[in-house]
Write a protein that binds this ligand. Structure first.
Ligand code: ADP
Ligand code: MG
Length: 354
């Protein structure tokens, strides 16, 4: 199987109807993902954690959206909400999410388990989250293929082999028989990506998939993901706290702080013409040579306590530009240039200050 056949379902061109208007240009296509005012809180007897607080974004098919932000800003919870992998009893979700034709919140558990792995797949920082230690790599991929698409076990095994070759696992035939613990970290990551791609998802959620790898392997896996994404026409939401990684892989960037998107736009706009003081701080910390695998430390103060979010801008206590107005209400995101919204009442001024 070639990359083209793997991607056939997701990359299929729209078919023309006789007499119909010309096919919509990519710019007017319907977004693959639409998230509207998503909020997630975790409620326990003693406390409520406000993990995601009104996140909205849209993403076109075949686009790579990077969500960046420091630890605890709600990146993983946003991804888990999209694929409905939040603890049912404790997570209180509101808002709307659509992926392809699926209204995610309206799906039953059973419908969601069909969507998971077929329309939406997820890769994690730690491959053992997705891989089962007691089955061989080949068995796990083949089982997923059979579960979602039927067919014989033999055909599914052949598909597993091709997938391992697509993700460039050397000696793929031998690796089919390997158990996850027998592979190196980089190969395990590739095996997990193969598993995630096995049912041709149109959306891949990648939650810090390269963070645990050393620098050279990290670059190889990023290059592989970018190539697969292009060849398969997949949309990817890629979570990272590493701006360098975002710069390499993203088309669009969403910067999250305290469970909100504070800046969003084209990768070049956000990374080269940042407007939110938090984005500016993050970029400054990278420029000043912070080790890339560490959390962002150059911004003074500590991350907000998600159990007690203040009324105003959550970044205000750490912001050098903050004024009285900033602590009164959460700033509404407004476009500083077309397609580049920033949730900061002083966005224009911080830009001039640079
Ligand atoms: P990150 O941006 O690092 O991925 P997360 O999305 O994992 O952050 O977490 C956002 C907030 O939600 C954090 O304060 C975290 O402690 C909290 N959180 C995440 N998962 C749970 C859970 N299952 N129960 C309670 N709190 C959680
Ligand atoms: Mg996370």
């Amino acid at each position: 199987m070639s990359l083209q056949t793997i991607g056939a379902a997701s990359a299929a061109a729209p078919t023309a109807t006789p007499g119909a208007l010309p096919a919509a240009s990519p710019l007017s296509e319907r977004p693959l993902v639409e998230v509207k005012v998503l909020s997630v809180k975790f409620v326990s007897r003693d406390t409520t954690v406000h993990a995601v607080n009104g996140v909205s974004f849209a993403m076109m098919p075949g686009e790579v959206l990077c969500i960046i932000g420091e630890s605890g800003s709600g990146k993983s919870v946003t991804m888990r909400a999209l694929i409905q992998l939040l603890p049912k009893r404790r997570a209180v979700v509101s808002g709307a999410m659509r992926v392809g034709d699926h209204d995610i919140r309206a799906l039953s558990a059973r419908q969601m388990s069909d969507v998971r792995g077929s329309t939406i797949s997820m890769v994690f920082q730690e491959p053992m989250t997705a891989l089962d230690p007691v089955y061989t790599i080949g068995d796990q991929i083949a089982e997923t293929v059979v579960r979602h698409e039927g067919g014989s076990r033999k055909a599914a095994m052949a598909r597993a082999l091709e997938l391992l070759q697509v993700v460039k696992v050397p000696s793929a035939e031998r690796r089919l028989q390997a158990f996850p613990h027998e592979l190196s970290g980089g190969l395990r990551q590739r095996a997990m990506i193969a598993l995630a791609l096995s049912c041709r998802p149109s959306l891949l959620l990648a939650d810090e998939p390269t963070t645990a790898l050393d620098a050279t392997v990290q670059i190889q896996v990023l290059i592989l993901l970018r190539k697969l994404q292009r060849d398969l026409g997949m949309g990817v939401i890629f979570v990272t706290h590493d701006i360098g990684v975002a710069a390499q892989i993203a088309d669009k960037v969403a910067v999250m702080y305290a469970g909100r998107i504070v800046e969003y736009g084209d990768v070049r706009d956000v990374l080269m013409r940042p407007r939110h003081p938090y984005t500016l701080g993050m970029l400054a910390s990278t420029v000043h040579g912070q080790p890339r695998d560490k959390d962002i430390e150059a911004i003074p103060g500590s991350p907000p306590d998600m159990r007690r979010l203040a009324r105003g801008c959550s970044f205000a206590p750490r912001c050098r530009y903050a004024e009285q107005e900033c602590i009164c209400a959460v700033p509404v995101a407004t476009e500083v240039t077309p397609g580049h919204p920033v949730a900061c009442i002083k966005a224009g001024q911080t830009c001039r200050a640079q």
